[in-house]
Design a protein. Structure first.
Ligand code: FES
Length: 114
């Protein structure tokens, strides 16, 4: 883990999209969605700003350590039933904290969002 300018930790997160692999150094104080938006990861639109009503922050968690993430809430689970290309490894990135992610964790942006 790197040390961030704000004094908080920073973790490397990797997104797979049409542009290939995009590695970002994300501040642990924010959500995965906020970090992806701040770094311009394509396909993470997050139209509702994290209110769990749009599904446009949807990602697939590719990492073997996905089981260490907090389980989705009932509301997140319900929302994930309505996204295009539902997938067992799908999560709403607005509901994932960078601090809960493994350093180097990998996410795929679903084709429908690219
Ligand atoms: S930003 Fe809308 S559901 Fe995550």
């Amino acid at each position: 883990m790197l040390e961030g300018a704000s004094g908080g930790g920073v973790k490397r997160l990797i997104f797979l999209s049409d542009d290939g692999e995009i590695a970002i150094d994300a501040d642990e104080s924010v959500s995965v969605m906020q970090a992806a938006k701040a770094h311009g990861v394509p396909g993470i639109d997050a139209d509702c700003g994290g209110s769990m009503v749009c599904g446009t922050c949807h990602v697939y968690v590719l990492d073997d350590l996905r089981g260490t993430l907090p389980a989705p809430s009932d509301m997140e689970r319900e929302m994930l039933e309505y996204v295009p290309d539902p997938h067992p490894e799908a999560r709403l990135s607005c509901q994932l904290r960078v601090s809960d992610c493994a350093d180097g964790m990998r996410f795929e942006v679903p084709h429908a969002q690219r």
